[in-house]
Design a protein around this ligand. Structure first.
Ligand code: MGD
Ligand code: MGD
Ligand code: MO
Length: 710
């Protein structure tokens, strides 16, 4: 080989001489996420380099820490290589490779046997974080005969969606680019959690926009804000209601908007009138002058945008807190206008695509009838009313008790045990199942519990249709062949549907046929889109102005007083008004003097599935809890010391990272580490009665220095 070719190869230059080609794909590491475009450099069927695709909305050539590690993700050492069947006792990790045919046959036998004995509802169809195959998994559950389909949304963004549905009958999103005259980021850690949307925040600031940031940790967003408010975890509802009372007292509200569009203002006004600045300071830890300053800023702004985020919902008082924060936008009339809260119409994989698809019909066409209530219905009726899924957080209780009916099998894709509070209880419940099938890219604890394990592939090895809200769609082709014997999840589900002999030809016909069916009335030529291998524009749907018709709430208006919650107020002790209550459990603050805030996003991780990617792990190699240096000094803990974090439920060992990012009395730890799973510390009863969400970000705990073994 000539020297110049060697040089070109070393530089990974795509051309004929090197045989290196660039193929276009998408990053699916955070999902639905921004869905960034990837330039995948391929030589001899292997990925040798990854870059962001220039001109691709929304990443336009850039990639975040995680996206840049796609090659190492693809070639992670622990990829599942073959279909496997368990040959030892459940949980024993004794598996042997089998053919795909045998795997499909075993799954069909396992699921059908449970269906025959207990009915289709005894099978739970489950998925963790991945979103791209959800319509197919949901349809598979329906065609099999059950509505017991559950996802990680039981702990993710759905509580926010519920809050918007309760108030507006529609999902909403904050129009930061629209240019509000004040932006209050409430638990908005977007610099880390929302790349590249987090840029909106910074573009806004660079243009001179005024920003207040309210967080329980000192985050990058927090540091850049004009006014930084640090608050005790889970007390934001009190702050929001206090601000509301000041706004109302000073007549800093949009009376006309309220008169025209809002339901329950008088009841709400009476409720917030009881909140005082003095008590607010005590409860939230925010100084009184900052509270009144914030109220004045919001009060005097013409078009303020108060933007809550997910962090608020990871509390047992999360839904009410989110509602209380959203209410401030309603008082100011910051709704359905530029720079305000605007309707968001999810039409493809939870994305506000800009065009419509037949995704809903894809499900409704095969929805089963006469089923037992979905998992969680008795306990979390507001969830069931607003979300077409079971509440995963009630799975363990029902599996253990058989109340109101038995659960005997799990058919899971991308399921991880660690998402569950008190994850060990989920493991125990899984051990009692009669059949489990697990599909994942990598081996997880859930795979160890299964009877059959199937290897899935990554976004670079499959076709996928993505819509990222910029009015375009992107239809990728595989950049490389699926590694080992892996297949994409939808092909796997088609195989399972065939083996089960379901009366569902469409599902059995695979990804492309289903996509054509779902997009049949979307004005786009899918064949052309696929051949183009780049984003193609799709005509946007024109919608009537949001407030021009009655809303999809029971009153038809924006509800400060929720008529949906009112139905369950007496039976479930719920409050239709967004009244604040404590987010702590019953544990004694003397015994557990610290507050554990778990899962605040870090740039190098996404839940459990990047901790084993070497480049990313190298950025934070140890499992470290952030502890305030003053607390650490008091406990004689130094940087890197091993410490026990304990709760009333369990105890884990981690290393101490002394950092002022943690407020006094607070400890932060990321989740998803096999070696120190923070969710072992949470009781599985520690759930928001409105949404079913766990209190991930406000658990009483203690820190003790671990004895050094000599
Ligand atoms: N303590 C604490 N716990 C939390 C949170 C927190 O803040 N604090 N956050 C919660 C939130 S918001 C979320 S969303 C959940 C997420 O929690 P999980 O859903 O448990 O997320 P992951 O750990 O990413 O697990 C997803 C699994 O999907 C697999 N996977 C990835 N892509 C594919 C694919 O294409 N096909 C298949 N078959 N498998 C795939 C991964 O390998 C991984 O095993 O965690 C929740 N848990
Ligand atoms: N890098 C990275 N990005 C991610 C993810 C990831 O794992 N890694 N996960 C993705 C997923 S699934 C989700 S759901 C989103 C979540 O995105 P975000 O909502 O931004 O999630 P968090 O960082 O968990 O929480 C936001 C902030 O809320 C703060 N917070 C916690 N409790 C309180 C409170 O009581 N009051 C106030 N005011 N603030 C509080 C936390 O300290 C944190 O800084 O991120 C997505 N993006
Ligand atoms: Mo999430």
């Amino acid at each position: 080989m000539s020297e110049d070719v060697k040089e070109l190869l070393r530089a990974k230059i795509p051309c004929e001489k090197t045989g290196i080609e660039i193929r276009h794909s998408v990053c699916d590491i955070c999902t639905p996420g921004p869905q960034c475009g990837l330039d995948v450099y391929v030589k001899d069927g292997k990925v040798i380099k990854i870059e962001g695709t220039k001109g691709f909305g929304p990443n336009n050539g850039a990639l975040c820490t995680k996206g840049a590690a796609n090659r190492q993700y693809l070639y992670r050492k622990d990829r599942i290589q073959h279909p496997m069947k368990r040959v030892g006792p459940r949980g024993s990790d004794e598996f042997e490779p089998i053919t795909w045919e045998e795997a499909f046959r075993l799954i069909a036998e396992g699921l059908n046997s449970v269906k025959e004995k207990y009915g289709a509802d005894a099978v739970a169809f489950m998925t963790g974080y991945p979103k791209w195959y959800r319509p197919w998994l949901h349809r598979l559950a329906f065609s099999f005969g059950t509505e017991n389909y559950m996802t990680e949304s039981s702990t993710c963004h759905t509580a926010e969606v519920m809050s918007y549905l309760l108030a507006f009958g529609n999902e909403m999103s904050a129009d930061v680019p629209g240019g509000p005259d004040l932006l209050v980021g409430w638990s908005a850690n977007h610099m880390i959690s929302g790349f590249p949307n987090g840029r909106n925040f910074f573009n806004y600031m660079e243009k001179g926009g005024k920003v207040v940031n309210i967080d329980t940790r000192v985050t990058p967003n927090e540091q850049k804000a004009d006014i930084m408010i640090t608050i005790k975890s889970g007390t934001d509802g009190y702050l929001a209601n206090t601000i509301a009372s000041i706004l109302i007292k000073n007549d800093w509200i949009d009376k006309e908007f309220i008169d025209n569009y809002v339901h329950g203002f008088e009841e709400y006004k009476a409720m917030v009138s009881e909140y005082t600045v003095e008590e607010c300071e005590q409860i939230t830890g925010v100084p009184a002058e900052k509270i009144t300053e914030l109220a004045r800023l919001i009060g005097e702004a013409k078009n303020p945008l108060i933007m809550p985020s997910n962090g608020l919902c990871h509390h047992i008082n999360g839904l009410q807190t989110h509602r209380a924060v959203v209410a401030l936008n309603i008082l100011k009339g910051s709704v359905a206008r530029k720079g305000g809260m605007n309707p968001s119409y999810g039409s493809w994989l939870e994305m506000n695509a800009g065009f419509v698809t037949k995704e809903e019909e894809f499900l409704n066409d095969v929805r089963p009838k006469g089923n037992k209530p979905r998992i969680g219905t008795d306990r979390f009726p507001v969830w069931t009313e607003l979300k077409d899924e079971g509440q995963l957080m009630d799975f363990v209780r029902q599996a253990e008790s058989g109340d109101p009916y038995p659960l005997k099998a799990i058919y899971g894709h991308g399921v991880n045990t660690m998402i569950h509070p008190q994850s060990d209880k989920f493991v125990e419940a899984a051990k009692q199942m009669e059949f489990i099938a697990a599909t994942d890219i990598f081996w997880t604890e859930f795979c160890s519990l299964a009877d059959v394990v199937l290897p899935a592939c990554t976004s670079m090895e499959r076709s996928e249709v993505k819509a990222n809200g910029n009015g375009c769609i992107f239809y990728s082709s595989p950049a490389v062949e699926p590694l080992y014997e892996s297949k994409d999840d939808v092909t796997i589900m088609a195989g399972v549907a065939k083996a089960l002999n379901l009366n569902d030809d469409l599902l059995k016909s695979g990804y492309d046929a289903c996509i054509k069916h779902i997009f049949r009335e979307t004005p786009v030529d899918l064949d052309q889109a696929k051949a183009a291998a780049k984003q193609v524009p799709v005509e946007r749907v024109q919608r009537d102005p949001f407030l021009s018709k009655p809303l999809k709430t029971p009153s038809g208006k924006i509800e400060l007083y929720s008529e949906v919650i009112a139905k369950y107020a007496a039976s479930h002790n719920l409050d239709p008004l967004p009244k604040w209550y404590s987010g702590f459990g019953e544990e004694s603050p003397e015994e557990f003097p610290f507050t554990l805030v778990s899962g605040g996003r870090q740039a190098n991780a996404i839940h459990s599935h990047l901790h084993k990617v070497p480049w990313l792990r190298s950025l934070r190699p140890e499992v470290m809890a952030d502890i305030n240096p003053l607390d650490a000094a008091r406990l004689n803990i130094e940087q890197g010391d091993e410490v026990y974090l304990s709760s009333a439920t369990n105890k884990i060992k981690v290393k101490a990272n002394l950092s002022a990012i943690a407020l006094l009395g607070q400890v932060n730890l990321y989740h998803g580490y096999e070696e120190a799973n923070v969710n072992l510390l949470l009781p599985n009863t520690f759930l928001d009665p409105y949404s079913g969400f766990p209190g991930f970000k406000q658990l009483r705990c203690n820190i003790e220095k671990a004895e050094v073994e000599s």
